[in-house]
Design a protein around this ligand. Sequence first.
Ligand code: ARG
Length: 566
Amino acid sequence: MNPFVDEIVEKTAAAAALDKTTVRELLSVPPREEMGDYALPCFTLAKQLRKNPAAIAAELAGKIATGEQIERVEAAGPYVNFSLNRPRFIAYVLRQLAEKGGNYGSLNQGEGKTLTIDFSSPNLAKPFTIAHLRSTAIGHAIYRIHAFLGWRCIGINHPGDWGANFGQLLAAYRRWADVEKVEANPVPELVALYTRFNEELEENPALQDEARECLRQLEAGDGETRALWAFFVEEGRKEAQRIYDILDVHFDLTMGESEFANKLEEVVEPFAEKGLAVASEGALIVDLDEWDMAPCMLRTSRGTTTYHSRDLAALFYRYDTYQFDKMLYVTDVSQTLHFRQLFKAVELLGVGWSDCCAHAPFGLMSFKGEKISTRRGNMVFLEDVLDQAVELTGAIIEEKNPDLGDKESIARQVGISAVIFADLDSRRTRDVVFEWDEVLNFDGETGPYIQYTHARFCSILRRYGERVDFEVDLGGLGEDAEMRVARQLARFPACLEQACSENEPSLVATFLIELATVANKFYNELPVLSGADQGVIKARVVLVESVRIVLRTGLSLLGMKAPEEM
Ligand code: ARG
């Protein structure tokens, strides 16, 4: 943590005859800043000692001596409140920043560990959906947070380019496709065919047999079927790649389901060896009844592979290739059962690494109102959403700051990042309602607000004009507004640690909103460039620079841009 917390913990542990870990866990932040910087609630102790918590707090406060780091120890009801020596604390935090710069926040705690993360992974027979945008944004942020903390990261795109959906698309194409139309405008036409298939399926269930037959031909390697499939996949990939380019997302490995469709034997064998592969109505399954789950199906009664068997093959491949310490799948919550079945199946195999696998599910995103303009029929195409974000942001910039240079590039950086932030700012598993006015509000809890604060702090430094000298005397800092900023900066390393272990980028998003808020307050309340003592100004500029660094790092960890002007 930091020497301040260490001293509180040490002295409190001695005074209360508790072990340090317990004290550390109990230590919290008081609800109001006048109360102090840390608080020790005495309820647990009271239970143990069968005493009144307020009496214990009073007794402890009397026993704990103040010192270099701790300026005040006071009992307030059932709490002991601690106030730090402010100038010392602020100087400590800023020195850490000076030392680590853009690396501040990382303790390199992931060194030697490998994360493999499967994210985005769109289904290429269907349109690139909002769910895949979420998976892309969330997965990319989780990847970047781990990498920043020193993990070796392998970002894997595992597109759905095989299986039942392709059987359906092939069947639809053979029935209804107008070849010229498809060639002129592939993705929307294919999406329309796929949609039509699923609509007509309700009236005509026999279509499903056609789809299954197409899939069988595909798995059997029929030349014409394969060629058609290859064309569908290629078009889907191009569409996805355009979106990755817009979002500036890259993968270390792209290996779709199709590449694991011929590995069925390798999947079945280990299960068969352990007696875990059971024949059931012509199919081959791993029975998971005991865990109240439907079976994990290895092979259908038609002899084709399944989503499960392809995922198993991919998982074996990943472990063989990377020996991961954490294998994370980022998809919407609807696939929770699929991954529970998958993980249970490998656990039953007795591989040593089944506990390394985890699913990071996320909630649904819906659009409020019908404000998405679609240029391609009545479907929401992601690319159009992203284009619209840039357009709307351009209009806001035009209004707020018409003299800004390179407005187009900045509108792009802000608009796209706003959409990314909207995907990241609430807890993963919560559903999100997307509304332009909210997402693009420069004064709300939004991406543009954080970027704007970053640009504002860059502009303060530009106006300051001199090199920021981290060596100056920082002893003059200690105002409430300065202390608030320092406290928030000090929380960054722990915030990243938690975001990493919980696979929860929203913690970083919330952190940045809070930092931007206290930083703006600081700038609004205190003179920074003039109107104060030269020494104080020099010290405040160090605070400004520190805020700028952390905002920039945080934005980059979320996969967002940090323009210096906007
Ligand atoms: N293609 C799937 C979908 O579109 C997501 C795949 C997630 N990754 C995996 N290995 N199953 O929903």
